[in-house]
Design a protein around this ligand. Structure first.
Ligand SMILES: [Mg+2]
Length: 166
């Protein structure tokens, strides 16, 4: 099922040593907006820097693949100390494949991690890479996002009622 994530967690901060070892992950292809940072926010969410350090200590390679512009992605990626590909074209495998090549890891050791089913999860699944769906840090109020969330909730009964609205 191309729209179904392999693993569904609250957010990346739930990923720890036990998680990495359980699934045998050695590399993460990370979405940016709502996965590491609130959409459009120039800063990362609380705990992200420490989490990235903990993953680096475990030897996990990480690359950001975002569909957003270089102007949006580059400054935050620099702050986070991560390589990135902007205009990632998810769910097409373009950016994901570039990230995979950069990490030099086989598919089975990589996870695509993101908050959107139609870009992150679908993109990982069509690339033959396991996917981890996170709940967005903050819900978007823009109509397009609401439409996508609605579609997602129809497909997956994703319950946003418990999530905080900004
Ligand atoms: Mg996102």
């Amino acid at each position: 099922m191309l729209f179904r994530p392999h693993i569904w967690i609250k957010n990346v901060l739930a990923i720890d040593r036990a998680f990495v070892e359980k699934y045998g992950f050695k590399g993460f292809i990370l979405d940016l907006d709502n996965t590491l940072s609130m959409h459009g926010n120039p800063a990362a969410e609380n705990g992200i820097f420490e989490w990235l350090d903990s993953m680096r200590e475990l030897g996990v390679k990480m690359v950001i693949v975002s569909n957003n512009t270089k102007k949006r992605v580059a400054p935050l990626a620099a702050k986070l100390g991560l390589p990135f590909f902007s205009f990632g074209c998810k769910p097409l495998p373009l950016g994901i494949n570039k990230a995979k090549k950069l990490m030099g890891l086989p598919r089975k050791e990589i996870a695509v991690i993101g908050d959107q089913i139609f870009t992150d999860v679908l993109g990982g699944n069509v690339s033959g890479i396991r996917t981890v769906l996170v709940e967005p840090f903050h819900l978007e109020d823009k109509l397009g996002f609401r439409f996508k969330r609605k579609l997602e909730s129809i497909f997956f009964k994703r319950d946003y009622s418990k999530l905080e609205r900004k």
